[in-house]
Write a protein that binds this ligand. Structure first.
Ligand SMILES: NC(=O)c1ccc[n+]([C@@H]2O[C@H](COP(=O)([O-])OP(=O)(O)OC[C@H]3O[C@@H](n4cnc5c(N)ncnc54)[C@H](O)[C@@H]3O)[C@@H](O)[C@H]2O)c1
Ligand SMILES: [Zn+2]
Length: 359
């Protein structure tokens, strides 16, 4: 078992990673004694796939728990779901000595974390991420929240879990498109933080796409280490944590322009490729390394060109409404070499037009 500590003082916690970990969670939770009783929150698909196995593990260890569910999908990530789940908790008589367990992807983690943050003004919660995206990104770092009609993730709280349990073997049932979503974030970590890891991803591409569990575990662990380091240095995204937005400035704009028909990972993929081109255009990144990044993205099956159906004007309009635009100026995370990035809000209109036009 690998243990990664997220060093956040009194809010510090462990990320535990192991193939087959699901069966051991009951015993570990019993020992940690976080709560006297747990409510597992899962979406309608994950409860069928993994709910039974988790409950077996909890019951075998003598951990009192029950499961509540909501319909799967991003469409559930809104305040009404939180309200419904809060009512269920109250009906079950859950109190401040009890805790929640988020079993599922990023949608479940974001909803459950937010519910834990506000139910009775805060009860503990534990993450069991079951998508690659959730295992390498959303389950670590304490961002929780839901969407409102005016925008994604506009209502939420910073609220850290007490523990994160990652079992890479649950990824075997994940649809390929969902795996790819997570892989875009995985490649992001290489480009922003770790050239060695970037090259590892190039070498191990086939094993990763074939879901070799030992390699996946290695990949997940490195991503969690990087995210843990970044979050420990800047929990509330005042500065360093913004590097995690690499590929997300233009990525989010294109995702929004597509009315979210384009998957997040694909949008981030082309956002990363565009950021590389912006960096080359600014003269801070070599053409050769930009091509290396784009090649890796393409080899994994991620797009590197913004589809022609989205005009530069349209993308720029969405850019203006993004959370990453402060005082009318969007910020970009741009690579200077593979493994290193800078944050800048000085991308000229001309350069942006050129990259979007060329996209
Ligand atoms: N909090 C953060 O820091 C953060 C970071 C990135 C993304 N997010 C959020 O995460 C969400 C996306 O997360 P996601 O991509 O995990 O989506 P998701 O939770 O909707 O999961 C994707 C799909 O996979 C299914 N699924 C989950 N685990 C499975 C498994 N093991 N086998 C088969 N199917 C499985 C789910 O039922 C769902 O249909 C977005 O709402 C995004 O805003 C949050
Ligand atoms: Zn993302």
């Amino acid at each position: 078992m690998r243990t990664i500590r997220v060093g956040l003082g009194e809010r510090a916690y462990d990320i535990l990673i192991e193939n087959g970990l699901l069966a051991a969670i009951g015993a570990d939770l019993k020992q940690r004694a976080i709560a006297k009783r747990y409510v597992v929150v899962a979406d309608s698909q994950v409860v069928e796939l993994l709910g039974g196995r988790l409950m077996e593990s909890l019951t075998a260890a003598g951990v009192a728990a029950e499961i509540i569910t909501f319909p799967w999908g991003e469409a559930s990530k809104h305040l009404a779901t939180v309200a419904e789940l809060a009512s269920k908790l109250a009906q079950l008589g859950l109190d401040r000595k009890d805790a929640l367990i988020a079993l599922g992807g990023g949608v479940t983690g974001d909803i459950t974390g937010f519910l834990a943050a506000i139910y009775m003004r805060g009860i503990p919660f534990v993450q069991i991420p079951t998508t690659l995206l959730a295992q390498v990104d959303s389950s670590v770092g304490g961002k929780t929240g839901v969407d409102i009609p005016e925008g994604k993730n506009l209502v939420g709280a910073f609220y850290q879990p007490r523990c994160v349990y990652i079992d890479s073997s649950v990824l075997m049932t994940l649809p390929s498109a969902e795996l790819l979503n997570g892989l875009a974030e995985v490649i992001k970590y290489g480009v922003i933080y770790d050239a060695e890891f970037f090259r590892y991803l190039a070498r191990q591409r086939q094993a990763i796409l074939n879901r070799d569990l030992a390699v996946l575990e290695e990949v997940i662990a490195r991503c969690c280490e990087i995210k843990a380091e970044v979050v420990a240095a800047d929990e509330r995204e005042a500065d360093l944590r913004r590097i995690l937005n690499f590929g997300h400035t233009l990525g989010h704009a294109v995702e929004a322009a597509s009315s979210y028909a384009l998957a997040h990972g694909l949008a981030v993929g082309l956002g990363m490729a565009a950021a590389c081109r912006l960096a080359v255009g600014k003269g801070i990144f070599s053409q050769a390394q930009a091509e290396e990044v784009c090649r890796l993205l393409a080899d994994y099956g991620l797009p590197t060109k913004i589809p022609a159906e989205f005009s530069p004007q349209q993308i720029k309009a969405f850019l203006k409404t993004d959370k990453k635009t402060v005082g009318g100026r969007p910020f970009f995370v741009l690579p200077t070499e593979i493994g290193k990035v800078v944050i800048t809000d000085t991308v000229s209109e001309e350069l942006l037009d050129e990259i979007l036009g060329a996209g």
